[in-house]
Design a protein around this ligand. Structure first.
Ligand code: FES
Ligand SMILES: [Fe+2]
Length: 416
């Protein structure tokens, strides 16, 4: 067993139930690299929506740890994902984060690639040089309802198997016929697991998120999830949910919940939940915020939350969707990208206002950035040691156990 594996084995054995992770999990560069290899790289993660690159030649770049992925629409209208690595001597090819281009030209020695990844020109190479052998390396990609999912593994899990339980939840909202109303990027000086721990519990909502607490009822926050996946049960919330389920059945819309019922390499969850207090949308006033999306013909007073993997989340009202992507960058740096989707026919200023649809999660993410960064500072101290979790942090414990299980497996099968 190599050094990192024996250290991980020791740390995992020391780990106590209902306590957060040991310090090194949040501060150690080698563990970050193991996480990236065994956790992030094995997940299907959406990194954008097709409406970000509507025209031929449009592209954007997504960066995760040391990887940079080019997402580009080719001449035939297909979306391709390539590793941003020149096949000559490895330079990054795209150095801008987004734009539009006719060909991908490496800035170093000008090898030039078509938008389908094939090499179109490399000057002064030998006569026996075969261009067709030097196409860009494709990254595994799948598009579902306009969401562009990538998977960095050499042996990716089956996409259909991955997406199948989430399909009815996503399809209800018609994201395939939506467009990006707004994107915002938040750089957090903290380890990706601290960022996600924060996202997996609402114990901090009362002290840190007045906006969230205005929109969502105390009963929901304390139970934090229809299926009580992430918090203790709340009887009053269950009653609200039961009544709402009957109403949704009458309207004929999909409802329900999904979570992994046994250990899986996937970490998926989904649920449909009622708002309280007569709200129709996740806005400050609770009033509708844009055109109805997908299968909705009228407001059902609820919303849908989906976690396709630890690195994504979708929180969808009937009329707009907030999409989260968490990208681990460095041991102490995580980027959170938020994208707000509205129906493709909705017009800004007429049907929706950016500030209205983004208000809750923009304010909440700014607060989360601050508390995660403060958390990271304390976790770096020589005096940090994990303290006991509250019963409102069940979600965090669940995520930790899943994470440790994957690491344990990776120690026995150290492959990508
Ligand atoms: S490294 Fe790209 S052309 Fe040389
Ligand atoms: Fe938060």
């Amino acid at each position: 067993m190599n050094n990192i594996n024996s250290e991980l084995t020791r740390l995992i054995e020391n780990q106590k139930d209902n306590f957060p992770l040991e310090q090194k999990f949040f501060t150690d560069k080698q563990i970050f690299e193991e996480d990236f290899k065994h956790i992030f790289s094995n997940q299907w993660v959406f990194i954008g929506h097709i409406s970000r690159i509507p025209n031929k030649g449009d592209f954007f770049i997504t960066e995760i740890a040391n990887e940079s992925i080019i997402v580009v629409r080719d001449r035939g209208g297909d979306i391709n994902c390539f590793y941003n690595v020149c096949r000559h001597r490895g330079s990054h090819i795209c150095t801008k984060t987004e734009g539009s281009l006719r060909k991908l030209v490496c800035p170093y020695h000008a090898w030039t690639y078509n938008l389908d990844g094939s090499l179109s020109n490399a000057s002064m190479m030998d006569d026996n040089f075969k261009k067709e052998e030097w196409s860009l390396i494709k990254c595994n990609k799948n598009i579902f309802e306009g969401l562009i999912f990538i998977n960095l593994s050499n042996k990716p899990s089956d996409f259909n198997e991955f997406i199948s339980p989430l399909k009815p939840f996503i399809s209800l909202h018609g994201l395939g016929k939506s467009k990006i109303a707004l994107r915002k990027v938040y750089e957090i000086e903290g380890n990706w697991k601290l960022a996600l721990d924060n996202f997996h519990e609402c114990y901090h909502c009362h002290p840190s998120h007045p906006e969230y607490c205005d929109v969502h009822s105390k009963d929901y926050i304390q139970s934090y999830g229809a299926g009580s996946n992430t918090g203790p049960e709340s009887l009053s919330f269950k009653i609200l949910l039961n009544d709402w389920n009957k109403k949704v059945d009458k309207l004929g819309y999909f409802r329900g919940e999904y979570s992994e019922n046994k250990f899986s390499n996937f970490y998926r969850s989904a649920e449909r939940t009622p708002f309280s207090g007569g709200r129709l949308s996740e806005t400050k006033s609770g009033e509708p915020a844009s055109k109805l999306m997908g299968k909705f013909k009228e407001y059902d007073g609820g919303y849908t939350t989906i976690g396709p993997s630890p690195f994504n989340s979708l929180i969808m009202s009937n009329d707009f969707a907030t999409c989260f992507t968490f990208l681990p960058k460095e041991t102490l740096k995580t980027v959170v990208e938020l994208m707000w989707l509205v129906d493709e026919s909705a017009i800004e200023g007429v049907d929706y206002e950016k500030d209205n649809i983004s208000w809750l999660w923009h304010e909440t993410t700014l607060a989360d950035k601050r508390i995660i960064e403060d958390n990271q500072k304390g976790v770096l101290s020589k005096e940090y040691s994990p303290g006991p979790l509250s019963k409102m942090e069940i979600g965090l414990e669940k995520f930790k156990n899943w994470y440790l299980e994957i690491l344990k497996k990776s120690i026995n099968q150290p492959s990508y």
